[in-house]
Ligand binder design. Structure first.
Ligand code: UDP
Ligand code: MG
Length: 352
């Protein structure tokens, strides 16, 4: 039995054959207002890619339990220059699950993740594809060119998050990298082999290795509505990323414990010294209270950190499917007719 996974037979280092295809995965949660416009841009993109690289394309809209008309609008989109798949999840599972659903339904080898709100401009996709086909890169990820429009507080928070998650890590997760990313067929195969249920795509896509390249870009303004990632969701995603990717918080706990113990030792020595020198015992009430509160606080925080990891173990152990598919339709270019799959529940593993 081998413990590693060999995905090398899927498009080697050499230039991939021209008949390769690209599946564009678009997670959509309440994106009804901008979906048709985005689809037009994707159709134009597919035509360009076909002409330039002979690349066959398909787009997979993953409706992540939207409460607006996203699903009906997606179903009506024409398969003009590329096949259109619509995967509707049984409820809102979150973006990472939606991306996984798209990945599982992709049929053409390479995969491109692109947000459904128009922020990820189809205009630079040609450049991403060129890095894959012409230069042989496996993971082409995009990163915000700058963060000038964000508050200092947010920038510091983001920086500390990446400092912590990358602390001691062999494969660093690039700061500022977003989910707008192209994966070669073998990178897709590698990503699909990772068994964990708690997924943090930015981290996983970097962790798999292969040849990676960064492309700077300027995210467009959201076509409509507001971001679904508010502070609490971002915090959740950060804790998710941290606990599934590194044991840095646990290591930090050990370090803080050591530092405190060392501090206490020095403090004890100084008290002893003072008592010996002056012959008086040090009045201790305030220092005692401060010491108690510090220790109590630190211990509670660390129990919380441990709890996060235990919770993660529990959710991995339960091994529930990452999502359920309520409806799935495929429209191929040419036939123009949607063929719906009758099975209403397709868990992640059964979908493969
Ligand atoms: N999204 C999703 N499920 C969710 C939340 C968001 O599929 O529960 C999709 C959303 O439709 C969009 C993408 O994830 O295409 C990014 O979401 P958003 O624009 O709110 O986040 P931001 O761009 O601010 O990171
Ligand atoms: Mg967005």
């Amino acid at each position: 039995m081998t413990l590693g996974a060999d995905v090398s037979n899927l498009s080697g280092l050499a230039r991939p054959p021209a008949a390769q295809g690209l599946s564009i995965v678009v997670p959509a949660y309440n994106e009804a207002a901008g979906l048709a416009r985005l689809h037009d841009r994707i159709v134009a993109l597919a035509a360009t890619l076909k002409q330039r690289y002979g690349l066959q394309c398909e787009v997979i809209y993953v409706d992540d339990g939207s409460r607006d008309d996203t699903l009906s609008i997606a179903r009506a989109l024409p398969a003009t220059a590329l096949d259109v798949q619509v995967v509707s999840l049984s409820r809102n599972f979150g973006k990472e699950a939606a991306l996984m659903a798209g990945l599982d339904h992709a049929r053409l080898g390479a995969v491109l993740f692109m947000d459904g709100d128009g922020q990820h401009s189809p205009d630079i996709v040609e450049k991403l594809v060129s890095h894959w086909i012409d230069d042989g890169y496996d993971v082409v990820f995009t990163a915000k060119a700058h963060r000038d429009n964000e508050s200092i507080l947010r920038r510091v928070a983001v920086h500390s998050f990446y400092a912590l998650i990358n602390w001691g890590a062999r494969q660093k997760i690039p700061e500022d990298a977003g989910d707008f990313r192209l994966l070669s067929p073998r990178a897709v195969a590698a990503l699909k082999q990772l068994p964990e249920r708690n997924r943090f795509f930015k981290g996983l896509a970097s962790w798999i290795g292969f040849r990676q390249i960064r492309v700077d870009y300027e995210p467009e303004a959201r076509a409509h509505g507001v971001t679904t990632f508010n502070i609490s969701r971002l915090l959740g995603l950060s804790i998710e990323g941290l606990t599934s990717f590194s044991v840095a918080p646990l290591r930090l706990a050990t370090l803080v414990g050591l530092l405190l113990a060392f501090g206490a030792f020095l403090f004890g020595l100084s008290i002893l010294w003072e008592t010996v020198m002056s012959g008086e015992s040090v009045p201790g009430y305030p220092s005692l209270v401060v010491g108690l509160m510090t220790l109590g606080g630190v211990q509670l925080i660390m129990i919380g950190v441990l709890g996060e990891y235990v919770g993660k173990i529990l959710s991995e152990l339960k091994a529930r499917p990452i999502y359920f598919v309520a409806e799935h339709s495929v429209k191929n270019t040419g036939d123009g007719v949607a063929s719906a799959t009758p099975d209403s529940i397709v868990p992640r593993n059964a979908a493969e």
